[in-house]
Design a protein around this ligand. Structure first.
Ligand code: ACO
Length: 324
């Protein structure tokens, strides 16, 4: 009999501090009206001084483990999607492993920007299907506000901090039905952070500031096209019609991108999980945050079919079809 991975529990965490669009009006030349109309965002959570990606990941992980009834000693592996690690190394997954007391299990980060959770989930699913791991903690966690230029209105209004997690367990019944991953490194300049180790930090030079650079309207067009293609690919791979999907749980970057994907799937917005209004874009945190909110609010029920998707820097994009 085949081995599959199933979601045994979900969890999430948000920093306490909330920054509203009105708060941002005091920082840059913008308006609540512009941000809400163009993006659907009304507020975002921002990590407190000293609060790190691992802090958020730990809270999300503990909630997911409690929901799954899994102890730290029961974890075979931790896969953590992030593009804002606490430090360059060790990986945030290793820091998290020690915090949880799961020392000894495999632990590593996956850097796929906003698609980080979908990539991490896909890796975990593959290890479980291969029979190499039976219980895997999958996390998407970010403190993206740490690398924003707070004087750049075209980026600073978009992002927030947060984390989400799931515990995947081996099962004879299929949970994760398929995952689909893509990347196009040729579009790097449209969305990136130029600061790094190997290119040198160049203190004092123009590119020394750690910040997100984005050509928003170009990213928007690529995102809609890539997401349309990947949802079509997911349905075709599973021989399913659009109408089979119970919930769309999309990456939360922009409400207009989410609406475009829902339209492609002929889904009404009451079958789409939306958190972008309250969370902004939490990058790798956004999909598992939305999933956890949907589960805990009772909207997503066992047995339902969920389509998760994301698009982000790289470019990277992907999807996961899950029988919850
Ligand atoms: N407040 C007021 N005006 C603004 C702001 C702001 N915060 N930001 C930009 N503007 C202005 C621009 O300067 C421009 O003015 P101009 O016409 O005088 O030049 C005008 O608004 C329109 O700008 P556009 O960029 O064309 O606006 P658009 O409708 O495309 O919305 C947005 C911009 C929200 C960034 C959108 O393009 C978007 O969401 N893009 C995709 C982002 C995304 O999905 N990223 C991927 C994930 S991120 C990751 O992986 C880390």
């Amino acid at each position: 009999m085949g081995v599959y991975s199933r979601i045994a529990g979900t969890g999430s965490a948000l920093p306490e501090k909330v920054l509203s669009n009105h708060d941002l009006e005091k920082l840059v030349d913008t308006s609540d009206e512009w941000i809400a109309t163009r993006t659907g965002i009304r507020q975002r959570h921002v990590a407190a001084e000293g609060e790190t990606t691992c802090d958020l990941a730990e809270r999300a992980a503990l909630a997911a483990m409690e929901a799954a009834g899994v102890q730290a000693s029961g974890l075979d592996m931790i896969v953590l999607g992030t593009t804002t690690p606490d430090i360059i190394f060790p990986s945030t997954a290793c820091l998290l492993q020690h915090r949880l007391g799961a020392n000894g299990c495999a632990a590593f980060d996956v850097n796929a920007a906003c698609s980080g959770f979908i990539y991490a989930l896909s890796v975990a699913d593959a290890f479980i299907r291969a029979g190499t791991a039976r219980t895997v903690l999958v996390v998407g966690a970010e403190t993206l506000t740490r690398m924003l230029d707070w004087s750049d209105r075209s980026t600073c209004v978009l992002f927030g901090d947060g984390a989400g997690a799931v515990v995947l367990k081996a099962d004879t019944e299929a949970g994760v039905l398929s995952t689909h991953l893509h990347a196009d490194g040729g579009k790097k300049e449209l969305l990136y952070n130029p600061v790094g180790v190997s290119v040198g930090f160049k203190p004092g030079e123009e590119n020394a500031g750690v910040r997100v650079l984005m050509t928003g309207n170009e990213v928007f067009k690529h995102a809609v096209k890539a997401l349309d293609a990947v949802v079509d690919e997911t349905l075709a791979a599973n021989g399913l019609d659009k109408s089979a999907i119970d919930w769309l749980i999309p990456h939360q970057a922009n409400l207009r991108i989410i609406e475009a994907t829902a339209k492609r799937l002929q889904m009404s917005m009451d079958r789409v999980i939306v958190t972008v209004d309250r969370h902004g874009n939490t990058s790798a945190g956004s999909v598992p945050l939305a999933l956890d909110e949907a589960v805990r609010s009772g909207r997503v029920q066992r047995g339902q079919l969920l389509l998760l998707e994301a698009f982000g820097g790289g470019f990277t994009w992907g999807s996961a079809l899950i029988r919850y």
